[in-house]
Design a protein around this ligand. Structure first.
Ligand SMILES: [Zn+2]
Length: 149
């Protein structure tokens, strides 16, 4: 079974640590797509994203901090149910129309062969050699901060 990871900044980590689940962004911010009306965007926010890379390669993961200033490779979480995740390319071919697949390719940079997704929340844990951060009460607020910038 493939080992999967979720990389994120410390803010997002604190939000995740409240439930120890990685949740699709659209489940946290329900109106996120209302801000981009009438565009045939692929439902990228409806997915939780993971990778099989144990050591993060920013370029391959598309976490280049060009849009978001935080370092989204600061923290690593280990997926507890990797068998519930699907490789991004298989998922997109099965679930997206050709046009949306094309748009997704244009929007996402990096190496799509290393990305895995899930449309439902996925349980995660910190690596066993790492002490979990105590979740802060403001973790969730910080998490949605990203989306407002
Ligand atoms: Zn952050």
């Amino acid at each position: 079974m493939v080992r999967l990871y979720h990389f994120c900044c410390t803010h997002s980590y604190q939000a995740i640590a409240q439930t120890w689940q990685v949740v699709p962004v659209s489940m946290l911010v329900s109106n996120i797509m209302d801000r981009i009306p009438d565009h045939p965007l692929p439902p990228l926010f409806d997915l939780a994203w993971f990778t099989d890379m144990e050591v993060p390669d920013r370029q391959a993961l598309g976490l280049t901090s060009r849009l978001i200033r935080c370092d989204r490779t600061e923290r690593r979480l280990v997926v507890l149910t990797p068998w519930k995740c699907q490789p991004w390319r298989a998922w997109s071919m099965e679930n997206l129309e050709r046009r949306q697949q094309h748009i997704a390719r244009e929007l996402l940079s990096g190496d799509p062969t290393r990305w895995w997704v899930s449309p439902i929340p996925v349980p995660v844990a910190p690596p066993s050699d790492e002490r979990p951060l105590r979740p802060s009460r403001s973790g969730l607020a910080h998490h949605s901060e990203h989306l407002r910038r």
